[in-house]
Design a protein around this ligand. Structure first.
Ligand code: GLU
Length: 416
């Protein structure tokens, strides 16, 4: 894993679709470069009294269509290039969904599994204060991502609010309900993914009730995806994995039981009603639907040919390299691209932000209905372009997104 530079991968995607659309090279060049990049090195006092210097980033790729939006991740492999790529993917994701945002992303190089809650809180608060000048409810609105959650967002909201002197719920999304979070935000990425999987199955004439699913990653996105695909869509989830390994039972796993097992033991491995498998075997499981819901760069040239699923629904950002994409396309695998498949998260983030700005909150029924409508119409638009232009879904989604961003930039014109 982690062989392809994610930023180079993101640039390649823009270049190939930009050229297909006939965009000028200078436009493609502009879209390939993030507008603003902030690197911060900052001290945090650890529990044992010593001071450690952490490195964090906030990158704003594009704000032609509105304030910037995107998560913050905590992971040892975070790098500026990774955050650049992720910020760019947020721009396209928001454009495909018609959300009035540009893309951003942030990250801190750290291993949250080895840090105490107090250390995480001090690191989060100091990082917030370091990036404070470029975030805000009308500038750039962070959200959870890999190894950050509603508690992390609460600390960011509080730090920002204490600094300006009044509560600003709209500065982050994915907050706890008590401080302006939205109902349904926790499961939103996975619920959106389920809706587009249902659309894809309808098009391919696949009956989800007799379909099997493998899910890579059992964090927020993977767990809710397994749960919703099993309990609401009626699929049989046969394999799941997390960073320590995977499990398989061809007769089906109960995601809730696996969740309880992970809570008790720390990983999905060694679940008694399943056999242990490797991460690689998980990806190559004989199943109808594969959901990569962990990190980028896992479906690559070397293993793309071994993927047996007919539908790959990208819960993670950037799990498939451009080379692997080509191999899957030639095999006839339907890849529902990340910028559509996992866009339910930022969509409900948008709902949360709108609720925060109005101090007026919606019911869960309203959230689900609006999410379903937006996912369905975006899937239909992307699928429509893929049919008329005879391209795969990723290319179609990029064509729609790039056009929207270029149109907005042209309407605004250039300053000065
Ligand atoms: N981190 C999520 C993503 O990659 C959510 C971003 C957001 O809600 O702003 O889409």
């Amino acid at each position: 894993m982690g062989q392809e530079n994610p930023y180079q991968m993101a640039v390649k995607q823009v270049q190939s679709v930009g050229r297909l659309l006939g965009l000028k090279e200078e436009t493609i060049d502009g879209l390939s470069k993030p507008r603003r990049e902030l690197t911060v090195n900052f001290p945090v006092r650890m529990d044992d009294g010593h001071v450690r210097t952490f490195t964090g980033f906030r990158v704003q790729h594009n704000h032609a269509r509105g304030p910037c939006k995107g998560g913050i991740r905590y992971h040892p492999n975070v790098s500026l290039d990774e955050v650049r790529a992720l910020s760019m993917w947020m721009t396209w994701k928001c454009a495909v969904m018609g959300l009035p945002y540009g893309g951003a992303k942030g990250g801190i190089i750290c291993n949250p599994k080895e840090m105490s809650k107090n250390e995480l809180e001090r690191m989060t608060r100091r990082f917030t204060s370091e990036i404070m000048m470029i975030i805000g409810p009308h500038k750039d609105i962070p959200a959870p991502d890999v190894y950050t959650d509603s508690q992390t967002m609460a600390w960011i909201m509080d730090t920002y609010s204490m600094s300006v002197g009044y509560p600003v719920p709209g500065v982050v999304t994915g907050k706890p309900l008590e401080i302006g979070g939205s109902k349904g935000r926790d499961e939103a990425t996975s619920r959106g993914l389920m809706y587009v999987v249902q659309d894809a199955a309808r098009i391919l004439n696949i009956d989800l009730k007799s379909s099997t699913v493998a899910v890579q990653g059992f964090g927020n996105v993977g767990w809710h995806a397994a749960r919703l695909l099993a309990y609401e869509a009626g699929c049989k989830v046969i394999a799941v994995s997390d960073s320590s390994g995977g499990i398989l039972n061809e007769n089906g796993l109960d995601p809730l039981e696996v969740f309880e097992h992970k809570r008790a033991t720390g990983s999905v491995k060694d679940f008694e009603r399943a056999e242990n498998i490797t991460q690689e075997e998980l990806l190559e499981t004989d199943c109808t639907i594969l959901v990569p819901a962990a990190l980028e760069d896992v479906i690559r040239r070397e293993n793309a040919d071994l993927i047996k699923a007919g539908i790959v629904a990208e819960g993670a950002n950037g799990p498939t390299t451009p080379e692997a994409d080509r191999i899957l396309r030639e095999k006839g695998t339907m890849v529902i691209p990340d910028i559509l498949a996992n866009a339910g998260g930022v969509t409900v983030s948008y709902f949360e932000w709108v609720q925060d700005l109005q101090f007026f909150f919606w019911s869960i029924e309203e959230i689900k209905k609006r999410l379903k409508d937006l996912m369905r119409s975006s899937f239909a638009a992307v699928h429509g372009v893929s049919k008329t232009q005879e391209v795969d879904l990723r290319t179609a989604a990029y064509m729609l997104a790039l056009k929207e961003v270029v149109r907005a930039a042209e309407a605004r014109g250039m300053f000065p």
